[in-house]
Design a binder for this molecule. Sequence first.
Ligand SMILES: Cc1cc2nc3c(=O)[nH]c(=O)nc-3n(C[C@H](O)[C@H](O)[C@H](O)COP(=O)(O)O)c2cc1C
Length: 493
Amino acid sequence: MTHPTPASTARSRDGRPRKQIHLGAHFPGVNNTTVWSDPASRSQIEFSSFEHLARRAEEAKLDFFFLAEGLRLREHKGQIHDLDVVGRPDTLPVLAALAAVTDRLGLAGTVNTTFNEPYELARQFASLDILSGGRAAWNLVTSPDAFTGANFRRGGFLPYEERYERAGELVALARQLWDSWDDDAVIDLVDGQDDGTVDVLAPGGLVRPGGVRPFAHRGKHFDVSGQFETPRGPQGHPVLFQAGDSVDGRDFAAATADVVFSAHSAFEDGQAFYADVKSRLAAHGRDRDSLKILPATVVVLGDTADEAAERAREIRLQQVPGRTAIAFLEQVWGRDLTAYDPEGPLPDVEPDLEHLSITRGRVRHVKDPGPVVRAWREKAAANGWSIRDLVIDVTSRGGFVGTAQQVADDIDRHVQEDASDGFILVPHLTPAGLDDVFDQVVPLLQERGSFRTEYTGTTLRDHLGLSRPEVGAVPAPVGDTVAAGASSSARLS
Ligand SMILES: Cc1cc2nc3c(=O)[nH]c(=O)nc-3n(C[C@H](O)[C@H](O)[C@H](O)COP(=O)(O)O)c2cc1C
């Protein structure tokens, strides 16, 4: 099922061939991971910011650039949440623009499966794959909340338990659309020769008889039929990422995804998640290497371990100023806590169960705050912590903190010992926050033979060691799928 990952003869400590590390560069969204108040931070919306991170990631030979998505401005107590930056552009135009200024870097975009239609998404990602020469990836997310859904044309939200059902039908349908074109469907008009190669990018004009087939599908969530407009991309199907953590999410990943974007970056937690998700693959007839698991992580470097730890502490203090700490507690307490001093003890009032959705849009709501509040009070009392100290602790994302050598050792250990297949690196500063990782840590990973020194392929599937799907190799969507029999030999318009 998979290509061998780029060759290295080096072996890991237990004698297995050394696994090759996969690395992505995450362009932060509008949350407080980036210290927006730092003078070194730039715009979250100007193209130069995206371009900086993408160019530097490509120079460091990373696998891909990664964009998250938020579809509605967050609100807090009825107001736009503006403690961090507000507003961001749509994912796909940004990636298309980056395709023009990069050459090999994969371009991964998060796009929701609940609010969009399969034809639109299949066409957009096939187009990105074509424009980028085979570098497109789609991170499938399923957030179904009504607050976000109200922005969409059908008020388009779903019952929570149906989100993966719709996602599964949508992706299977997208694959059917991508497969409705043969790789060599277009006859090259320049030389008119049938040389049997993938001719998607040739200046074609004639469709080979039978090379493009109509589709028709009637299922629970979609009832569509027609002909797909966009030729099959260089990768056949864009690489599919999945981000979702529940049992349903893990099964969906095992059935569907090429990459899982996870939050399990700590070593033991990572190993448990890795074993769990990989063990689900066999039931879908897939081998372990056909799915890569890449947790998000942050890296803080220093000349000594102590210096790095000190810097990490400073970054956390910048990420969680007093007002942010209070706003975070208000999400759990469901009430206004602005009268409390963030440098003082936790609020003595109890949570207001009537108003738990005080914050709306891409946040996790605590269903029963009682046990959470009790545990936090105990933790704060035991450590002598203020509100701000506690919020810094409970919102910590862990990550790698140390000298470049220590961080390289640690990243490699996680990969060689199956806590992950690599990482999606999240910077503290936008857009230059990963420059020191590229300059100092990546060369050490390269020296030990765990990370490529040159790209050996042209597509993201090549970088990740993933096979290129053949036409028709994946199952049809659940529902009535009309076999794509009748052929089209019409001239392309
Ligand atoms: C690491 C990670 C990153 C995510 N990134 C996004 C995102 O950028 N946009 C979004 O709408 N949802 C995002 N999600 C939310 C998931 O798509 C999903 O809606 C959520 O995790 C609930 O699904 P689950 O119950 O299977 O975990 C992310 C989830 C995880 C675990």
